[in-house]
Every structure is written in C-alpha cells, then in structure tokens.
Design a protein around this ligand. Structure first.
Ligand code: C6P
Length: 413
C-alpha cells in the first residue's frame, strides 16, 4: 500500500483493487458503481479493521480494567485522534462520535438551539439543503418560535450571496448550510458564508456529508463552528460519523442524550455531566464503526485527498462532456464549482426507468429526489437520475453509462 501511494500519476487500477465489493458482476455484467453519494464502497483495510476488532478486541470501552477493554478503548480513542487530524480540529475533545450527519445536525439543533432560541430569532439555511438540514431546524422552530430563512439558488444551482447578506442581522441566531449539495454537486463558498455570519457573531454549521470524501477539510481554516461527517460516504462503515464542534460551543451546550458514559456523578438529587466529548456520547457507541472510520482516514491519507480529488475532477469533466452530447438529457446542477455529481433528467424517460434499465447493464445510479425535495421543486421536477463518482471509477465506466443511456433512448423512442 505504501508503494501504491508513491505512484504518480494516481493509479486507479490499483486503487480500485482495494475494494472487494467492486470485483463482481451484476446481471452478468461487471458492476459499475456510480451511487457513491449515497454510500461509497469499503476498502479492504477498513473491513480488516472491523474484523480485527470483532475477532481480537471485542469488548466494551471506557469501562473495563481488563485487557480486551483497554485494547478496544485505545483503538477507539486513536480513531478519534485520526479524525481530529483529518479535519484539522484544534483538540480531539472537539470530535464527537455519533451515527453521522443526520444525528449531528439533530444534536446541534436541540443541544444548542432549544434553550437559546425564541420567537423573533432566525435560523438561515439554503434552498439546496438535504432534508436532514431542514427538518431538525423546522422541529426547533416549532419548539421555540424561531423562524427559518432560506438562501435562494439560481438555475445553475449557485447560492445567491447578495440575498444572504440581506438576511443577516441582529435577529440571526444560527446559519447551517451544506458544503457540497448531494442533488446538484455545487461546492458552496463556505468560507465566505462563515465570514459573513461571523461579522454578526453568528455561529455556522456546515453539513459536510458530501464534502469530506471529496475535499481536504480544515475546520480551523474554514473557522466553522460545527462540521459533520458521515463515515459511510468516505469509505468507512455505515452507522458512524462525527460532529466537530468548537470546544467553546460544545462546553456551553446541554447534553443531547442522557445515560451511561456521559456522566461524572449521578445521584437522585443531581447529576454532573462528563467533559466533552463524552458529554455527548451516552451509551455504548458503535465501537467497531469508530475504529473502522479511523482506518478509512488512514486509507485516504495514504493516497492523499488532493490526488483523489484531482482524479475525480477529471472524471467529472469527462462525464459532463459525455452526457452533454445527449440532446434528450438535461443536466440538473451546472454550477462552475462542482464535485462528483452528475444529476440529470431525460425528456423521454422517468429517472426510475433510467435507473432500472441501467441496473440491467450492471450500472448502479440513484433515481429519486435524493432527500432534497425543495431542490426538485425549484427545478419543477419530481426526481433526477444521479450518477455520483468516487476515485475508483473510470472513464470506461462513464462510457458504459453513456452506452446504457443509449439503450434507454432505444427503448423509449
Ligand atoms: N445523502 C444521498 O444519496 P446520513 O444519512 O446521516 O449519513 O447523511 C444525510 C445527508 C446529509 N446531508 C447531505 C448533503 C447528504 O447527502 C446526506 C445523505 C444520501 O444523497 C442519502 S439521502
């Protein structure tokens, strides 16, 4: 693996071989996996880390004096350090393990907002949010009387920052925006968005679900106050991710869940909470998942996020050119700053039919609203077909996608 990392240019064949699930046939054809925005595949190194935990170190953490528990605790806390380094957090206590982006946003909206927001306060999100960065804020608004303000987008899927500037004011209490849109692929100018909010002393949360597997993240440089990671989108296991939060905010926030491991002392009169990050990690966590996510970080770092992104960007350009040759196809999401998402509609076939016909060719894409119904409403459509890329994809696979679309046209015209 070390030898692979030194190879220049990026060796996609060798990289791809690290992913066992990709080495199979679907319906008699080689699998072309283009549903990476939903969940990426898992490399051998991560599978082995999970297997090692279950075979050799399986036990609970933070509780045992015995050897297995100590080994598992060390592996889990080492993984926290890896995640800290990966997003460049100032301190490992700013890394909270949880299920992923959805849980992270629910945690922040409740643990930060519930006791702080009131009628007249405003929370800013954008028109390209995933449901998990809409619904938790709507629940909070119902609970507190605060109002949701939405930054509009244009036909390309670019945020209107002038409108955003006008929304900011003393009534603004929080901003939560997506870094890379899962439906459009837009890479938002988040540094600018954060700086503009900070001019009003407003904290900013970034939904990093789609960004972490594709961009180098530096939370200190971005100066975001909260950042979310979903492990299953960055070659890690399912059911695990992180919330990064600046210590100054995490320290002042209420706990989200009560239970074991998040307390210092419990009596029937009064309970004292543990320090961060444990204050937010009640109960037995996804131990193997956390360790596996740490292995995913090691795996990515061996290749270098910049190398992976550069290759992926080349693929995106190739795929965009290929798809633009279909006159019956309309790209949804054409922002100048884009990552790894090819969303489209075809006037001759519904996205679900496109997805089903492509599956007959062994090609996995996603069809639907991608949990971003307001984006679909904006474009006046109910769904898109979405091919989403990872660095193990190839130009030959995009050619296969184009051939599959020709079949779709053949069937429907
Ligand atoms: N998007 C997709 O196919 P979880 O499920 O908690 O790991 O991530 C939720 C989430 C939040 N924000 C964005 C921008 C996302 O893309 C997702 C997950 C998947 O696009 C599943 S709907």
């Amino acid at each position: 693996m070390q030898a692979l990392a030194k190879k220049q240019p990026f060796d996609v064949v060798a990289f791809r071989e690290e992913f066992p699930c990709l080495q199979q046939q679907i319906k008699g054809k080689p699998l072309v996996y283009l549903d990476n925005a939903a969940s990426s595949q898992t490399p051998r190194a991560v599978i082995e880390a999970l297997e090692h935990h279950y075979k050799a170190d399986r036990s609970n953490i933070h509780r045992g004096v015995h050897t297995l528990s100590q080994r598992a605790t060390k592996a889990y806390e080492d993984a926290r350090l890896k995640l800290q380094r990966f997003v460049n957090a100032a301190d490992s206590k700013e890394i909270i393990f949880l299920r992923g982006t959805t849980e992270a946003i629910n945690l922040v909206s409740q643990a930060y907002g519930r006791s702080r927001f009131q009628e007249g306060d405003e929370i800013i999100i954008s028109a390209m949010e995933h449901h998990s960065n809409i619904v938790p804020w709507q629940i909070l608004c119902e609970q507190t009387g605060a109002k949701l303000k939405v930054i509009p987008i244009d036909e390309r899927g670019v945020l209107d920052l002038e409108a955003y500037e006008k929304m900011l004011g003393p009534q603004t209490k929080f901003v939560s925006v997506v870094y890379i849109s899962n439906a459009l692929g837009t890479i938002n100018p988040v540094k600018k968005i954060i700086d503009m909010a900070h001019a009003y002393d407003v904290p900013v949360m970034l939904d990093g679900a789609q960004a972490t597997p594709h961009l180098k993240i530096d939370v200190q440089h971005l100066d975001c106050d909260f950042y979310t990671v979903s492990g299953h989108k960055m070659f890690g296991p399912t059911g695990v991710g992180i919330l990064y939060g600046k210590a100054k905010y995490l320290d002042m926030m209420d706990p989200y869940h009560g239970g074991g491991d998040m307390i210092r002392k419990v009596s029937f009169d009064k309970t004292e909470y543990a320090e961060i990050p444990h204050k937010f990690e009640a109960g037995t966590p996804n131990i193997a998942g956390g360790i596996g996510l740490g292995a995913a970080v090691d795996f990515i770092e061996q290749y270098g996020m910049e190398n992976l992104f550069a290759y992926e960007h080349e693929l995106l350009q190739y795929g965009t050119e290929l798809l633009s040759q279909f006159s019956s196809l309309k790209m949804i999401g054409t922002a100048p700053e884009k990552a790894s998402i090819l969303g489209f509609t075809m006037d001759i076939a519904h996205p679900h039919d496109i997805g089903t016909i492509l599956d007959m060719e062994g090609i996995a894409i996603r069809a639907g609203h991608h949990c971003a119904q307001p984006v679909m409403d904006f474009f006046d459509i109910s769904a898109t077909a979405r091919a989403s890329l990872a660095p193990y994809n190839t130009k030959a696979e995009l050619d296969a996608l184009a051939k599959g679309l020709e079949k779709v046209i053949g069937i429907f015209s």
